[in-house]
Design a protein around this ligand. Structure first.
Ligand SMILES: C[C@H](O)[C@@H](O)CC(=O)C(=O)O
Ligand SMILES: [Mg+2]
Length: 426
């Protein structure tokens, strides 16, 4: 029986995280973690849940973009969509009129991710997928000079070997994670120390610190955290695009003694050659460049990889056009032998991206070398199937779907501006 999508709703849901400086960095000093939250419904009463992450103001614009896309979804059946998912992806990203406000970037790309995340959730609840089916979801337009459809299929087919052992290993041990929760830029040293002590006690071994606003502060905070975690645990630093290219090289060189594994988003997320120059300059110091949370499509990732401009690929479940585009990036990263360490946190990003990184290990890369997934300990309580972390590892989700269904009570309380939480703050 076909499942016809008869309704799409989208809501603006915001959490006042800026009140306690959760999520703050050198560029986003007051984020209110938010989502455009999408629910699609079929004529058989099934639901699919999807979202895209934002940091507060502007969510209403993403909501408008989702509404603009909804006419392309409502009325279609799930079977019709997934029988030509590549075509459906293109319908959304290449609509002859809406494409002008992208293409495949900005608000319209965030909206595409929210809608398609809901479609993947609906699909995931209904059936399994084989390599050929997955490849048929990817739009190879603009990336065939880096990865052909045949090469992509070959990667997935080769990774069938040993797949069951990796599934068993993940079920037992989980996927390695790192934490960003201890060292947001707006946190005091005292809070940083407290959170770092707690995290060490909970078994965390990999830590990310926000940098980039003030060099003296960065030296103090990196020195503090390195002292606390010791020489063998892993430290990463994240500047959230704060610097020019030369400034990034000078600044990070000053922080090199704290042995960061990577500098994340050192400069404009669009500056591929700038990232290449930074990568080259920092390689002798043993510091890699990580980026991707604002890398808006597969074409950008292709060029980053071709230009050796990054050493860690940070896919994002809501920045790229959903699973379809993330699959393309995972496969390209594998071909270019660059590890994937996803961006997560925000609202629901951990819930979503755990699926992608488990898939990467089990069905694409078959490697854990230099790989880990970000974890941020906020707002999980608002999800029906929140992530499970054990001993600093993501344990595979057990419920069917893409794990982005929120509790209806949370959505209503945090809906902007009419929810109780926001009424109280007005
Ligand atoms: C504004 C967000 O909190 C951002 O700082 C997140 C980020 O860069 C990360 O998790 O990495
Ligand atoms: Mg970051």
């Amino acid at each position: 029986m076909t499942k016809k999508i008869i309704k799409l709703t989208v809501r603006d849901v915001r959490f006042p995280t800026s009140l306690e400086q959760h999520g703050s960095d050198a560029m986003h000093t007051d984020p209110d973690y938010s989502v455009a939250y999408v629910v699609i419904e079929t004529d058989q009463g099934m639901q699919g849940y999807g979202l895209t992450f934002t940091v507060g103001r502007g969510t209403e614009i993403v909501v408008c973009a989702v509404e603009a896309l909804s006419a392309l979804v409502v009325g279609k059946s799930l079977e019709e969509i997934v029988s030509d998912f590549r075509g459906f992806y293109r319908l959304l990203t290449s609509d002859g009129q809406m494409r002008w406000i992208g293409p495949e970037k900005g608000v319209i790309q965030l909206a595409t991710a929210a809608v398609l995340n809901a479609v993947w959730d609906l699909w995931a609840r209904s059936e399994g997928k084989d390599p050929r089916k997955l490849i048929s979801c990817i739009d190879f337009r603009y990336i065939t000079d880096a990865l052909t459809e045949e090469e992509a299929l070959d990667i997935l087919v080769k990774a069938q070997t040993g797949k069951q052992q990796r599934v068993d290993q993940m079920l037992k041990e989980g996927y390695p994670a790192y934490t960003t929760s201890c060292a947001w830029l707006g946190y005091s040293d005292q809070l940083l120390k407290q959170l770092c002590t707690d995290a060490l006690n909970d078994g965390w071994t990999k830590f990310k610190v926000k940098v980039g606003a003030d060099l003296k502060d960065d030296i103090r905070r990196c020195s503090l955290i390195r002292q606390m975690i010791g020489p063998h645990n892993t430290l990463m630093i994240d500047a959230n695009q704060r610097w020019d290219v030369g400034e990034a090289i000078t600044w990070v060189t000053r922080l090199a003694e704290y042995k960061p594994l990577w500098i994340e988003e050192p400069t404009s997320p669009d500056d591929i050659l700038g990232h290449a120059a930074i990568s080259k300059a920092l390689a002798p110091l043993g510091i890699g460049v990580a980026t991707g949370e604002q890398c808006h499509n597969r074409v950008m990732f292709k060029q980053f990889l071709q230009a050796s401009a990054l050493q860690f690929v940070q896919i994002d479940s809501c920045r790229l056009g959903s699973v379809n585009e993330n699959l393309a990036v995972l496969l390209m990263a594998h071909k270019f032998k660059v590890p994937v360490c996803p961006h997560a946190g925000g609202v629901g990003l951990c819930e979503l991206v755990q699926h992608l990184i488990l898939f990467d290990y089990i069905s694409v890369s078959a490697s854990l070398d230099n790989r880990m997934c970000e974890f941020v300990d906020h707002l999980h309580q608002h999800f029906r199937s929140p992530v499970v972390i054990q001993n600093a590892h993501y344990m595979p989700p057990k419920d069917p779907g893409y794990s982005c269904e929120m509790l209806e009570s949370s959505v209503q309380t945090h809906q902007y501006p009419q929810g109780q939480v926001w009424k109280k703050l007005q």
